[in-house]
Design a protein around this ligand. Structure first.
Ligand code: SF4
Length: 171
C-alpha cells in the first residue's frame, strides 16, 4: 500500500472520497479537473522548476509524493490549485510533502500553494505538532484503505456538490 499527498488531501475532506479514489473508481468529472489542473500548471508558470518525486516509509507504510514543482535552490516546494474551495485539504497535502522531506532528513524546505486564477500565493510551513498529526492521519488512512467497503458519506453536503463522486454517492 502506498499513500500519497492527494489521498491525504481527500481524507481531510472526506474519508469516503479517499477510499473511492484509492480503490481506482474514477469519475469523468475528476479526470477533467485533473486535466484542467495540469493545464493550469503548464501555462501559469515558467517550466524551469523540476517536478519532484518523494518517497519515505513511516511505520511500515510507504509514503509517496509527486509535487507540481520545486525551487530547489531556495528550498521551496509548490503546488498549483484552481481555487480555495478545499483550502484546508490543499494545506495538508503540501504539509504531507514537507513531512516526507523531513522524514528523509531534509527539514529545511518550506512550501507555497499557488492559485494563479486568483493571483494569490499562500506560504505553508510544517508547524509544531503537524508531524504527529500527519503520522496519525497516515495510520488511520492506511487502516481505512484496508476495509472492504467505503465509509459513510460525510454530512457536509456543500463539499459533495463539488465532488466527482456525487453521482456515485447519491444516485
Ligand atoms: S460525494 Fe460527498 S460523501 Fe461522496 S465522496 Fe464526495 S465528498 Fe464524500
Amino acid at each position: 500500500m502506498k499513500i500519497g499527498g492527494m489521498l491525504i488531501g481527500y481524507y481531510t475532506l472526506c474519508p469516503r472520497k479517499a477510499w473511492l479514489s484509492a480503490s481506482g473508481i474514477e469519475m469523468e468529472q475528476e479526470s477533467e479537473a485533473v486535466a484542467l489542473g495540469r493545464l493550469l500548471h503548464e501555462t501559469s508558470y515558467e517550466r524551469t522548476d523540476k517536478e519532484v518525486l518523494l518517497e519515505a516509509v513511516y511505520q511500515g507504510v510507504t509514503l509517496v509524493g509527486k509535487l507540481d514543482g520545486a525551487n530547489l535552490r531556495d528550498k521551496v516546494l509548490y503546488e498549483v490549485k484552481k481555487s480555495k474551495s478545499a483550502e484546508e485539504s490543499h494545506i495538508w497535502q503540501i504539509k504531507f510533502y514537507l513531512w516526507l522531506l523531513a522524514l528523509s532528513g531534509k527539514p529545511e524546505f518550506t512550501a507555497e500553494i499557488r492559485y494563479p486564477l486568483l493571483r494569490k500565493t499562500q506560504e505553508v510551513v510544517l508547524e509544531e505538532g503537524d508531524a504527529e498529526k500527519l503520522g496519525e492521519m497516515v495510520l488511520r488512512l492506511a487502516e481505512l484503505l484496508r476495509a472492504e467497503t467505503p465509509p459513510d458519506r460525510i454530512l457536509q453536503r456543500k463539499f459533495c456538490a463539488k465532488c466527482a463522486y456525487e453521482e456515485y454517492c447519491y444516485a
